[in-house]
Design a protein around this ligand. Sequence first.
Ligand code: NAD
Length: 473
Amino acid sequence: MRNIEKIYIDGKFVTPRSIDHLDLINPSTREVFGRVTLGNEEDAKLAIAAAKAAFATFSKTSVEERSVMLQRLNDAILDRIDELAEANILEYGAPRMASTGRVRLAAANLMDSKEALEQFDFVHMIGKAKVVSEPVGVIGIITPWNASYSQITAKLGAAIAAGCTVVIKPSELSALQTQLLTECFHAADIPPGVINVVNGLGTTVGAELTRNPDVAMINFTGSTRVGKEIRRATVDSMKRVTLELGGKSPNIVLDDADFAKAIPAAVRSCYMNNGQACVAGTRLFVPAHRLEEVKKLARETVESMKVGLPTEADTILGPLVTEKQYNQVQRYILSGIQEGAELVIGGEGHPQGLEEGNFVRPTVFANVTEEMTIAKEEIFGPVLSILTFKNEEEAVAMANNTDYGLGAYISTANLEKANELASRIQAGVVLINGAGFEMKAPFGGFKHSGIGREYGIYGLEDCLETKTITGFD
Ligand code: NAD
C-alpha cells in the first residue's frame, strides 16, 4: 500500500493534525492502492505562517540565487523521472507513452521560469520615476488532478522566480504524485518554509488559503465553478487571483483545409489526456457539405486509437480519473443520444474487455446543435461534438457562442485567413493547422475561462507588485 501520511511544512515532513483520510484508487481497476491523510485548516495556518516567516528573507534573495534554486528543482525532478511517471500511470491512468513526457514538461516549466527570471527587468526608469517589481508575498497554489505535475511546477516556478513563498494545496486525487514531487522539492534543498505542501479538501485547506489575510495571492487552476467561489472568497482580503478555469474549445476546419490531416488532429485534440484537458477541442465546426467525409475520417481515427490499460506501451486512451468522472461522462453521452445527436462511434458503457476500470468508449457525435448539452458544457471525457456551418461568419459566431474562452483551433490552407479568424475568436490560445503550444508564451482564458496568464515572463509578472518611486535622485 502507498500511504501518504505526512504533509510538508517549513522544510519538514510532518503529521497533519487531522485524522481524516481518503482512499487512493487505481482508475484502471478501481482497487484501493493506498490512502492519504488529509490536513485541515490548522495545518494550512501553520503552513501559511511558515511561508510568511520565510518570505522575509526569501523575498530579498538575488536573481542568481533563485536561478540556481530553479535549476536544482528541475534537476531533482529529472532525477526521479521514472518513479514520477509510474505514479502518473498508477494514480491518474496516464498512458505510459505520455507519462514520461509529462514529467519532462513539469521540469521544463521550472527552466522556463529560470529563463524568464534571468531576462526580467526588476528595476527600470520611466521619466524620473524608478519602477520596481517586488514579490507579491505568500502565494496559495491550488491545483486540479488532470495535469498535476506541470500545473504545480508552472505556478511554483513563477513564484520562486518572483521571490514569493508558497503553500501548495494539490488535488486530493493526486496525493501520490504530489508526495513524490514534494520529495523532489525537499531534495533540491530550498530554504525551509519557501515551499509548503498541505494535502486536504478544497473546503478546508483550500478555503483557509483563500480567506487567510497572510496569503497575498491565489494561483488556481480548476473548474469555473470553484474559480468563482475563490474569487468571491478573496474579496475581503483583497487577494490577487490568477484563475485558470474550464473550457469548451472550438476547432474550425475551413473548406480549403487538408481534411486528411485536420480531422484526425481534431479527434486527437479532443481526446488529449483521455479527454480530460481544459484546452481539448471539444466542438468541431466543419462545412455542412463535407459532413459525410468528416464523419468517415473521425470514425477511422477513433478506430485506430487503442483504448487500454495505461501500462501497455501502445495505449493511447486510458481510464478516466475516478468512477464519478466516468459516471458524469456516461450521463453526457446519454444526453447526446436523448437530445437527438447522431452517434458516429462510441456510446455508453465500457469498451469490451475493460469493464473493471473507469474506461469509456471514445465517442463522436454528429449533427450536434448549439442548444444541446454536449455542445455547451465541459464534459471532461473523450466526447467530440461535430457541428456544421454554412460560411465563416457563422463558424466564428458559433465558436464564440460560449461562456468559455480558453483554446481554439483553426485549420485552413490560407494563413492570412487563419490570422484573420484568430483575431475574431475569443480565446486565450489559438493553434493553427495542428501547431503545438509554446510553453514560454502566456496561457490563460478569456471570459469564464479565467483571469491572468501563466508561464514564462507572464507567469512571473503575475506574482509581482509594481512600485513607482520618485524624488530619490
Ligand atoms: P475543481 O475545481 O473541482 O478542483 C480544483 C482544486 O480546487 C482542487 O484542489 C480542489 O480541492 C480545490 N477546491 C475545491 N473547492 C474549493 C474551495 N471552495 N476553495 C478552495 N479550493 C477548492 O477542478 P478539478 O475537477 O480538480 O479539475 C478539473 C477542472 O480544472 C476542469 O474544469 C478543467 O477545465 C480545469 N482545468 C483548467 C486548466 C486551465 O489551465 N485553464 C487546466 C487544467 C484543468
